[in-house]
Design a protein around this ligand. Sequence first.
Ligand SMILES: [Zn+2]
Length: 180
Amino acid sequence: MSNTELPKTVDPYRLAAQSVIVDGELPVHKMRRFYESILGAAEQESCQVRLSFYMDDMRRRLVSGELKTSVTLQCQRCLTPMTAELASSFTLGLVTTDEQAQNLPRELEPFLTDEFSADLWTLVEDELLLVLPPFPLHDRSECPAREQLEAFEPGETEPEPEEQQRENPFSVLANLKKKH
Ligand SMILES: [Zn+2]
């Protein structure tokens, strides 16, 4: 992926007709809504973006994207900052009207644009908001609140008891069946 800044707007139908790949970086702080939804990000942190515009066999115009970035979120268990790697990959159908959007096959989400101008920054921001975890948590072994937590949940410190619990209902059922 290149280190140049992702263009803010492109001509999406032309890019799809020519099968163009657009890649670049988008500084996290330039996505206002996203930036306000996170605790923060390293000053130079950018989202790595790769967008492929193309047409499929049905002559539909599509854009497939891959995004990757690293941000700081607040762990909802210990309320201290944690680093989260966010990644997204998606394929969207380019449309210019709601009617076109409704005609897309169910598996394709629409990307509503003007015929000659698509806002890539908003696209990236919307897709990042979708993969933002609603309830971020440190890995259990790294969470400073782990010890307090374990005092309340002694049974969950080892993985084995959990597995046994999961199997129990079935073995109970099996025993019942044998008896009847
Ligand atoms: Zn934590």
